[in-house]
Design a protein around this ligand. Structure first.
Ligand code: Z5A
Length: 212
């Protein structure tokens, strides 16, 4: 049976990395074969594209170049890693996917949705995540958490207004796709965030067991 595709999303400092380990423990508790991966990245070539995208640089990166690099990495990642794993029956847990493109490039950079939707169709065909966990946090709190962690990459150097647009972009996606998106208040203490994650994962697990 084909595996399930779970993505985790959110703006800066929402705690994706922290909670991915928790989700991996949940997948193990269900004795599911799974693969954990990330975007941009996930294959040697796509990881090189990630380095190009995240490195702070003096040259201005134009929005279209940024968008195409995101989808170039995604095409490789899907072809080499995600599709083969799902076909073999493994569950795939991916740290960011195309919703990040709608939120960061579409809403944050102001590129809109139509070009992204075209590229999504070319690169992914009908493939979409089965479950998307959106960790939501007020932008100021997320930036504070992220700043205590490491030197800012090219995206983290953006202004608060950019991340407000990104956050609204994610909330729009959740409104448009309530069938697969669950928004979790990530400003809560970690135990409460993880309790909500467990509820969402268990509900998804039972519905996928029922549907076969
Ligand atoms: N990007 C894009 O533009 N378009 C695309 O299509 C894709 C990506 C796919 C790299 O992503 C960049 O690529 C990203 C968008 C862009 N922009 N940036 N920057 P990334 O996912 O690799 O980078 P990231 O957003 O910085 O993710 P991260 O490293 O996973 O960080 P995080 O979500 O903030 O997670 P964290 O390190 O677990 O948490 C941050 C801190 O908060 C840490 O000290 C935790 O201990 C703390 N924390 C976490 N949860 C809590 C709670 N509940 N309470 C208190 N403290 C907490």
């Amino acid at each position: 049976m084909r595996g399930k595709f779970i993505t985790i999303e959110g703006t800066e400092g929402v705690g994706k990395t922290t909670n991915i380990q928790f989700i991996q423990n949940w997948l193990e508790s269900k004795q599911l074969a799974y693969l954990c991966t990330r975007e941009p990245g996930g294959t040697p070539l796509a990881e090189q594209i990630r380095e190009l995208l995240l490195a702070p640089r003096e040259e201005l990166v134009c929005d279209t170049a940024e968008l195409l690099l995101m989808f170039a990495g995604r095409a490789q990642h899907l072809n080499q890693v995600i599709e083969p794993a799902l076909t073999e029956g493994a569950w795939v847990l991916c740290d960011r996917f195309t919703d990040a493109t709608y939120a960061y490039q579409g809403a944050g950079r102001g590129m809109g949705t139509s070009l992204i939707a075209e590229l999504e169709l070319i690169v992914q065909g009908s493939l979409r995540p089965d479950l998307t966990l959106i960790l939501d946090i007020p932008v100021e709190l997320g930036l504070k958490r992220a700043s205590e962690r490491s030197d800012p990459d090219r995206f983290e150097q953006e202004k608060t207004e950019f991340f407000d647009l990104v956050r609204n972009g994610y909330l729009d996606i959740a409104r448009k796709h309530p069938d697969r998106c669950v928004v979790i208040d990530a400003s809560q203490p970690l135990e409460l965030v993880q309790r909500e994650l467990t509820i969402a994962l268990e509900a998804f697990w039972y519905s996928s067991e029922e549907s076969g």
